[in-house]
Ligand binder design. Structure first.
Ligand code: NOJ
Ligand code: CA
Length: 529
């Protein structure tokens, strides 16, 4: 769990904040967030104390999957603004010393993208091979047994040309064929377009999906699948994901990014730890800088599980790699809904004190918790296609609450998704006035992180502590900090490994160390070097 250096790139010291543009702030009263809305609320992001913004897709899109169905990779969706609005936003981000990452969606485009329209027009289209077309199986059905991540077959028949096209997600999202060099070239040009405009990197959507096994063999059945589980889990995605050839493309993306300076590539990759690590590439041939680590989301919330996964994940990072941690997103359930408000405070401290770049998700800094979406307001296509299975993502995409004015200051109109129920109290304006609020805690933690390089770059040593308490040291350049987190409700004694000094930050009201940690409490205390 080694130490970083002060010459470390910004993203090793920094914190990423994810903005879901539809739900951040609406500037023109259509109930949907937009770029000007984000620009108007950038001070919130800067005051929070993060370093970079990752924007979920802002490109022209029919919005079948709310922007992850891109109809033009080098434009801006009219609902969000235009290229000029984007340039203004980017300049406003940079003026505040922040960076901006865009969401690059290389696996699939919208079926309304001109490339796909051309591809579908005939079997002889020069772009036919830009997507993955196959003849029907002998019985007329889909070419293989692959299942869409949104449920149902991953193939859609195009009656005009008599072939099926592959769609790993919705049928409105056709998979691109990365084995065609023209596709790889076109997508490189897309990255270059935005890098030339000044963006600081990309979060890359479903990166481990981009290449499929030659011949598209059937996926093996999943022996652990049971009724009630998501349909995509019926098969193991052996042949449809994580192909060795994908690494060459990732290396190409990395070379391009590196040619623009300290540009960051974050790969969205859901794989078991050992396979995830391969996406770092090697020192000579690096992959993405940060393959997203979703282990805090995927595992149960208790001391033993977390202690084990933190140690094992950290040990698995290759020497040239850098760890990272994610606790929420527009796809995952809200952390406060999962573990409750008291533990969400402990989670905030964990996320911001572990060794590795943290990614925060908008609204978690307010502690937005459970939101029940009434059936007639469900918008998530994944939920609509597989109803009642708890797969809904709308509950994490509800609008930001800025103040107690109508529609929470998000919009002058009724927002596209309902607000969380306690928004009149749980909003930025109210929490800014309250030193005990979740927002105040996030600001304290981010300020502490900035003031103490040990929290970002420091070596990390896990300690053996009793009961529900997890404790670790972060050490850097003569700075020695001890983090203690109680994942249970009962107070416990705690003995730091050296004489304790000042409390740097606490989840509650603690100002001095007294040999105890309260239930559901977390604190950071200075140790004598
Ligand atoms: C992952 C994105 O985060 C999710 O929202 C989307 O539905 C899929 N990729 C498909 O692009
Ligand atoms: Ca709007």
């Amino acid at each position: 769990m080694s130490e970083g250096s002060l010459a470390a790139p910004w993203w090793q010291r920094g914190v990423i904040y994810q903005i879901y543009p539809r739900s951040f702030a609406d500037s023109n009263g259509d109930g949907i967030g937009d770029l000007a809305g984000i620009e108007a609320h950038l001070d919130h992001v800067a005051n929070l104390g993060v370093d970079a913004i990752w924007l979920s897709p802002i490109f022209p899109s029919p919005m079948a999957d709310f922007g992850y169905d891109v109809a033009d990779y080098t434009g801006v969706e009219a609902m969000f603004g235009d290229l000029a609005a984007f340039d203004r936003l980017l300049a406003a981000v940079h003026v505040r010393g922040l960076r901006l990452l865009l969401d690059f969606v290389p696996n699939h485009s919208s079926t309304q993208h001109p490339w796909f329209v051309e591809s579908r027009s005939s079997r002889d289209s020069p772009k036919r091979d830009w997507y993955i077309w196959r003849d029907p199986a002998p019985d007329g059905g889909p070419p293989n047994n692959w299942i869409s991540d949104m449920g149902g077959p991953a193939w859609e028949l195009d009656p005009a040309t008599g072939q099926y096209y592959l769609h790993t997600f919705l049928k409105e999202q056709a998979d691109l064929n990365w084995r065609n060099p023209d596709v790889a070239q076109a997508m490189t040009d897309v990255m270059r377009f935005w890098l030339d405009r000044g963006v600081d990197g990309f979060r890359i959507d479903v990166l481990w999906h981009i290449v499929k096994a030659q011949g598209l063999p059937d996926n093996p059945a999943n022996p652990d699948w049971r009724e009630g589980m998501a349909e995509k889990l019926r098969v193991l995605q052996h042949h449809s994901t994580d192909q060795p050839e994908a690494h060459a493309f990732t290396r190409g993306m990395r070379q391009l990014a590196d040619s623009y300076g300290e540009t960051l590539l974050v790969g969205e990759i859901f794989l078991p730890r050992d396979r995830l690590m391969r996406w770092y590439g090697s020192e000579a041939e690096p992959g993405v800088h940060l393959p997203f680590n979703f282990e805090l989301i995927e595992n149960s919330w208790n001391r033993d599980t977390l202690a084990r996964l933190i140690a094992d994940y950290d040990a698995a990072i290759p020497d040239h790699g850098w760890p990272n941690w994610v606790i929420g997103s527009h796809d995952a359930p809200r952390i406060a809904a999962r573990v409750g408000e008291a533990q969400a405070r402990v989670a905030a401290m964990l996320l911001l004190t572990l060794r590795g770049t943290p990614t925060l998700y908008q609204g978690d800094e307010l502690g937005i918790g459970t939101v029940d979406i009434p059936p007639d307001r469900i918008r998530d296509p994944q939920d609509l296609r597989q109803p009642g299975m708890g797969l809904g993502r709308d509950r994490s995409r509800t609008p930001m609450a800025w103040d107690a004015s109508p529609n929470a200051g998000f919009s002058t109109a009724v927002p596209w998704l309902p607000l969380h129920p306690d928004w009149p109290m749980r909003n930025v304006a109210v929490q800014e006035q309250d030193p005990h609020s979740m927002l105040a805690l996030y600001r304290r933690l981010l300020a502490a992180r900035r003031a103490h390089p040990a929290l970002s770059l420091g070596r990390m040593t896990l300690h053996d502590t009793p009961g529900d308490v997890l404790a670790y040291e972060r050490v850097h350049a003569g700075q020695r900090l001890f983090v203690a987190l109680n994942f249970g409700p009962d107070a416990q004694d705690i003995t730091p490994p050296a004489r304790p000094g000042r409390i740097i930050a606490a989840t509650g009201t603690r100002t001095a160390f007294d040999g105890r940690i309260d239930g559901d409490e977390g604190f950071i205390v200075e140790l004598e070097p």
